[in-house]
Design a protein around this ligand. Sequence first.
Ligand SMILES: Cc1cc2nc3c(=O)[nH]c(=O)nc-3n(C[C@H](O)[C@H](O)[C@H](O)COP(=O)(O)OP(=O)(O)OC[C@H]3O[C@@H](n4cnc5c(N)ncnc54)[C@H](O)[C@@H]3O)c2cc1C
Length: 592
Amino acid sequence: MDQTNHDNHITPSRRAFLGTTAAISAGAMISPVATATPWEQLDPIPPKADLATMAPPTNFPRDIPLFKQAFRNWSRGIQIDDLWTCQPTSVEDLITIANWAAENRYRIRPRGYSHNWSPIVVSPESNLGTRVILLDMTEHFKDMTMTQDWPPAVTVGAGASMESLLTYLENEGYGVTSCPAPGDLSVGGVLAIDGHGTGIPAEGETREVGQTYGTMSNRVLSLKCVAWNHKNDRYELMTFDRSHPDTAAMLVALGRTIVVEAELRVEENHNLRCESYVSISAEEMFAPAGASGRTMESFLNSSGRIEAIWFPFTSNPWLKVWTVQPTKPFWAREVSGPFNYPFSDNISEEVSNLIGEIMDGAPGLTPQFGQLMATVTSLGLLFDNAFDLWGPSKNLLLYVKRTTLRVTANGYAVLTRRADAQRVIHEFVNKYNSMLQAYADDGKYPINGPMEIRVTGLDDPAHAELDDACDVPLSAVVPCEDHPDWDCAVWLDLLTVPRTPFSGDFYAELEQWMFENYVGDYASMRVEWSKGWGYTGVGPWTSDQVINKYVPQTLTDGRPAKANWNSSVSLLQDLDPHGIYRNPFLDKLMPS
Ligand SMILES: Cc1cc2nc3c(=O)[nH]c(=O)nc-3n(C[C@H](O)[C@H](O)[C@H](O)COP(=O)(O)OP(=O)(O)OC[C@H]3O[C@@H](n4cnc5c(N)ncnc54)[C@H](O)[C@@H]3O)c2cc1C
C-alpha cells in the first residue's frame, strides 16, 4: 500500500466554512433514463479514451490520467453517460487532487463498486459539465496485512473488496461475525454506510474477543483519510484513532472524506452451518410476539443469526439460519467457496420474461411472479443441494453475486429490545400485508420483489476492545443513551423492480407508518444510508420531512450532544471546509 508519513492527528479546532464550494444546483432526484432490463448483468464499465468532445478540467494535475466513464448505480436509478474519472495510484495523488479541487472549486467523489442505491456518490443531475471528478479507489489501495496478533486486527486498503478481505482473513485464521452479503463491495464503500449482515448472540452465547454484533464500522480502530489540516491550511493524510472523539463522524461518513485505509478489529474464524427452511408459513414465522411455534424469535434464541426472504403473494418465506459449528454436521454439505445459491444469482429466461410482461403493462401477473420466485428458490435449494451448508464463515456469509436480480430496495433499522424483535416484525408484516392487499384490490402491484428481514446487535464501542473507543454516531445502530434496554436492530427491506408503477406511493405510505409506529419506549427507526428512504410518490430521497426532520431527529434523540447528528455534521464540515467531498444530495442532507 502506498504510505506517506503525513500522519497528522486531527485537531479539534473549528473553522468557518470558507465558501468555495462549487455552485451545483439541486435538481430532480429521480433519473428517468434507466432503460436496461433488471436482469441484465452489470459488467464493469470500460473507461472511454476519447477526450475530444470536452476539454478536461482546467489545471487538473497532468500526471494523473483522467478519462470519461459512465456512472451507473446498482439499480440504474442513477445513470450518467460520462463523468470525469481517475484511478489514483498513491496517497500523493489523492492529496494533490484534493488540494486541486479546493483551489479550482471542484468536487471529488471517492467510489468503490457503485453497488449502491442512494445518491451518495453522485446525484442524477451530474454530467460532464458538472464540476465533479470521480475517484475510483478499486484499482489501487487494496493491500492488507495483519497488524495486531491479539486481539487481532487487520489493516486494509479502502479499495479492497470485501471478498478479498475475508479471503485474506480466512487464510490467516480470522473472520467476522457478520457482514454484507455481496463480495464485490469495497471496504471504503461499506464503512461509508455502516455495512451490516445479520446476527445477535444466541441464547447462552457469550461474545468472544474481537466479535461485534453491530456493523462493519464498529470494527474500526483507526482510519487514514485525506482531510483538511487547519494548521497547514491544506488537505493532508491524517490518522483518525478510534479513541479520539473527533474520529466519530468519520466512521460512517457517506463519502464526505477519502478513506485510504482502515485498521479493523477482527476475530478468530469459525465454521458456520447455514440451514434453509421453506416449509414454515409466514403466519407461523411472523406470528405475534410470545406465540409458540417456529417464530423468528425462536430462531433468534437458538441461533441468533437469521434472514427471512419472502416473495409477495406467497405463503412460505425462505428462512436462512446460521449456527456456529466447529465440525461438519453429518447431513450438511461442505462448501469450499462463497456464493452457494446459484439459483438466486442467475436469472432464468422464464423469470425475466415474466418481469418483462409485468413491466410492459400486465401488473396483475405479480402474484404469479412471486410464486415463480418461491418455486425457483425451493427447487434451487433442492437441486443445488443447498438446504444445509457448512464451511469457513466467509463461505456462508457471502451469498449475493452481481448477477442477482437488479431491484431497488427501501431500507430501515428499527432499534428495540430483543424481547420486542418479534413484535417489530409482526407489526411490519401485518401492515405490509394489508397495504399489499389494498393496492391489489385497486389493481395496483407496486411490490414485486421480496421482503428481507435481518437482526443485528448495536454498535457497542466496547467491541473494539479499546479502553476508550468512541461511538459511531452516524450509524443506523448507534445506541440510544436514554434506552440502554434497546439491544438489537431489526433491518427491514422491501424490494421491487425499478420504476414499478405506484411503488413510490407504496413506499411513502409504509415509511410514514413506520416512523409513526416505531416510537416511544418501544422502538426507534433510522434509515439505511445505502438504500431507498425519504419517499414521496415521486420516489426515494425526495421527502423534505424525512431528510430535514426524521433523519436528524432519530440520530439526535437519546444521543449525547457531543456525538449526535449536528456535532457529526459540523465535524465533517470542519474536516472539509472547502466542501470538496459533497454533492447536491449531500448538500441537502447535511447543509453547511
Ligand atoms: C445487491 C446488493 C446487496 C447488498 N447487500 C448489503 C448487505 O447485505 N448489507 C449492507 O449493509 N449493505 C448491502 N448493500 C449495500 C452496500 O453495502 C453499499 O451500497 C456499499 O456502500 C457499496 O459499496 P461500494 O464499494 O459499491 O461503494 P460505492 O457505491 O461506490 O460508494 C458508496 C459510498 O461510499 C463512499 N466511498 C466509497 N469508497 C470510499 C472511500 N475510499 N473513502 C470514502 N468514501 C468512500 C462513496 O463516496 C459513497 O458515498 C448491498 C448492495 C447491493 C447492490
